[in-house]
Design a protein around this ligand. Structure first.
Ligand code: FAD
Length: 448
């Protein structure tokens, strides 16, 4: 929709979260002329990249009264994307080679990502908008505005009214735990990857890791450094899968999924193999969870589908004043946050107009029907994968910003292929120097 000067207006906006999504959202909102308050319960920016050796008080995170630690980062974590394609489009994530405290590797450690986000916050003076150590406890619509209740670390409670709320609270803190037949009487220990930090506690153990995607592939290899044996249970593998994986310790296998956990401590896999395990590590992903949201039933989480959301961002009945940044997975995360937040900022100012509520609902219903036809389960509604670039470029066009760079798309695709085929070395050996060169030429051309 064409922008018209006389429709542009400034809103007072609450942003929940000062992770990568909240930081870029605050910047885009302010660039568009809105006033912004960012709330974060942590002491500093960076969200989940703030590594902590502490974890939830319940290793499976099932106890609702547990002490919750936000981060899911483990000590050895390095990025799963090359740094060039992780950065925001006008603030590239390039090595700071003159600073020896920084990690200049192409796939750097989590500390370097945190340092990058701190640099970003400093460069764009975002911290001045953030209220640290302040948790949002309730957000609800009141007479066309939004009531936001928060409390800070000394228990001071505040109640404020905003024109709009943008939820950037992340979705890697509420674990999804695998259902295992027989598990109630299985005597071993269990932990979710959210609470995994270092391999030490698994010394000399037999460990079963459920899940073989990014975290499962990493954590199983991390634990294999000290464990007696590590067995990966992979739902994506054929039922007869039984394969030894190449690690120096010679102690890592991948199986099909678990069939049954027995009272005598044994685990039976669907391939017929049995192991006596000390610990099960669930690398089985996370659930969307917004405990602070009171929308009187307008929004539901149904089998991990947050519904109904127009393009994963706007709730039609309450659009545009309530929006979500960063829900989709299997997309280029930081760039997605940037493009989605440009859209939200432009819609809030009236520079870009959303379709009517009915039209947005029609679009959502059509999208759900497409997923049904393709046999994609509800729980994967927000996993974009192959369509992620089409999705981002659609939003970019809506809000008149540049599409995702071709080199970035290709780097992600090739990086993903390497991750799947060579999980043990993909961060240190690659075959896409041409794309890397193109990325750096692009940064130079744009004088970034
Ligand atoms: P978060 O970083 O989780 O930030 C959310 C913020 O909201 C937090 O600071 C939290 O304190 C705050 N918050 C939440 N609730 C409240 C409340 N009620 N009141 C106040 N504050 C609140 N992506 C990549 O691009 N590359 C990678 O290599 C990569 N590796 C990953 C590894 C792991 C183990 C995980 C779990 C994810 C990884 N990701 C990676 C994806 C990751 O989602 C994004 O990189 C991104 O950092 C998420 O940012 P976010 O701002 O959405 O959420």
């Amino acid at each position: 929709m064409a922008p018209t000067q006389n429709t542009i207006c400034s809103k007072h906006v609450a942003v929940i979260g000062a992770g990568a999504a909240g930081l870029v959202t605050a910047r885009e909102l302010r660039r568009e002329g809105h006033t912004v308050v960012v709330f974060d319960r942590e002491k500093q920016v960076g969200g989940l990249w703030n590594y902590s050796s502490k974890a939830d008080s319940d290793p499976l995170s099932l106890d609702t009264t547990r002490n919750i630690v936000h981060t899911s980062i483990y000590e050895s974590l390095r990025t799963n994307l090359p740094r060039e394609c992780m950065g925001f489009t006008d603030f590239p994530f390039v090595p700071r080679i003159h600073d020896i405290s920084r990690d200049s590797r192409r796939y750097p450690s989590h500390r370097e990502v945190l340092a990058y986000l701190q640099d970003f916050a400093r460069e764009f003076k975002i911290e001045e908008m953030v209220r640290f150590e302040t948790e949002v406890v309730c957000v609800e619509p009141v007479n066309g505005k939004w009531s936001v209740r928060s409390k800070n670390s000394v228990g001071f409670a505040a109640h404020e009214i905003f024109d709009a709320v943008v939820v950037c609270s992340g979705h890697f803190t509420e674990p999804n735990v695998a259902h295992i037949p027989g598990i109630k009487s299985w005597p071993g220990k269990q932990i979710h990857s959210h609470n995994y930090r270092v391999p030490g506690p698994f010394n000399n153990e037999v460990v079963v890791v459920i899940g073989n995607y990014a975290s499962g592939a990493d954590i199983s290899r991390d634990i294999a450094k000290v464990a007696k044996e590590v067995h990966i249970a992979s739902r994506a593998s054929e039922s007869d899968t039984y394969q030894k994986l190449p690690v120096p310790q010679n102690n890592l296998w991948v199986h099909s999924e678990i069939d049954f956990a027995h009272q005598d401590g044994s685990i039976l896999f669907k391939n017929g193999k049995v192991v006596y395990a000390d610990t099960i590590v669930h690398c089985t992903g996370y659930k969307y969870y917004f405990p602070f949201l009171e929308t009187n039933g307008y929004i539901n989480i149904n089998e991990n589908r947050v519904e109904p959301l127009y393009k994963h961002v706007f709730l039609p009945a309450l659009a545009p004043s309530l929006s979500f940044i960063g829900l989709p997975g299997m997309a280029i995360q930081f760039v997605m946050f940037e493009i989605q937040s440009k859209w939200v900022a432009a819609v809030l100012s009236g520079r870009v107009i959303l379709p009517s509520q009915d039209k947005m609902m029609e679009d959502i219903i059509e999208w759900y029907a497409t997923l049904d036809v393709l046999g994609i389960p509800k729980r994967h509604t927000h996993k974009l994968g192959k369509i992620s670039c089409e999705y981002l470029n659609w939003i970019a066009e809506e809000c008149h910003c540049s599409p995702v760079e071709n080199w970035r798309i290709q780097e992600v695709e090739r990086g993903f292929q390497r991750m799947v085929s060579h999980p043990e070395i993909y961060r240190d050996e690659w075959d896409d120097d041409d794309l890397m060169e193109e990325a750096y030429k692009d940064f130079a051309r744009k004088k970034l």
